[in-house]
Design a binder for this molecule. Structure first.
Ligand SMILES: [Zn+2]
Ligand SMILES: [Zn+2]
Length: 83
């Protein structure tokens, strides 16, 4: 009986040490791709929005003012959207 209790303890420790890939807080769940995330981020939609100009799936870009969705066809298309 003692050995199964030890196994339970090490499993609990593993769960406590899991960190959210998005914010670094203790994670309690996995998202669809198997990455540990906290309860705040488990529902985060990964599918990007469509470009309002050309309809392509947008990509995360980083600029002076932080992260935003940008059209992958930039500079031909300058579609932008706030994250
Ligand atoms: Zn998080
Ligand atoms: Zn576009």
């Amino acid at each position: 009986m003692g050995s199964s209790l030890n196994a339970f303890r090490s499993f609990t420790l593993l769960v406590i040490e899991m960190r959210c890939a998005k914010c670094g807080n203790p994670a309690s769940k996995y998202n669809k791709t198997g990455i540990p995330v906290c309860s705040r981020h488990v529902k985060t939609k990964i599918s990007p929005p469509k470009c309002p100009n050309c309809g392509l799936g947008m990509a995360v870009r980083e600029g002076k003012f932080g992260k935003f969705w940008g059209c992958p066809a930039f500079p031909m298309c300058d579609g932008l959207q706030k994250i």
